[in-house]
Design a protein around this ligand. Structure first.
Ligand SMILES: [Zn+2]
Length: 85
């Protein structure tokens, strides 16, 4: 599966499997277990960025409504960044 480098300057990573992963293009195709380890160390799954489920959006602390705005568009309550709880 595809995973993005934790750091632009990081061109190579030694994955837990022992495989050397090349990040010269910013994204590498690795095994799921290696991908998990890389994400744990600051990398991310490029396919998840830009969706409301990736931690980029906000969720209302009052009614639980998800949105891209800090103020809930349903009840006017305060929304907190997704995944901050
Ligand atoms: Zn709300």
């Amino acid at each position: 599966m595809k995973v993005a480098s934790p750091d632009k300057r990081c061109l190579e990573i030694d994955a837990p499997s022992g495989r050397r992963v090349n990040f010269r293009t910013g994204i590498a195709d690795v095994s799921p277990s290696d991908a998990k380890a890389i994400v744990k160390n600051g990398g991310f799954f490029p396919s998840l960025s830009g969706t409301t489920n990736s931690g980029i959006g906000f969720r209302c602390s009052t009614c639980g409504f998800g949105s891209f705005f800090k103020t809930c568009s349903r009840c006017g309550g305060t929304a907190v960044p997704e995944g901050s709880k």
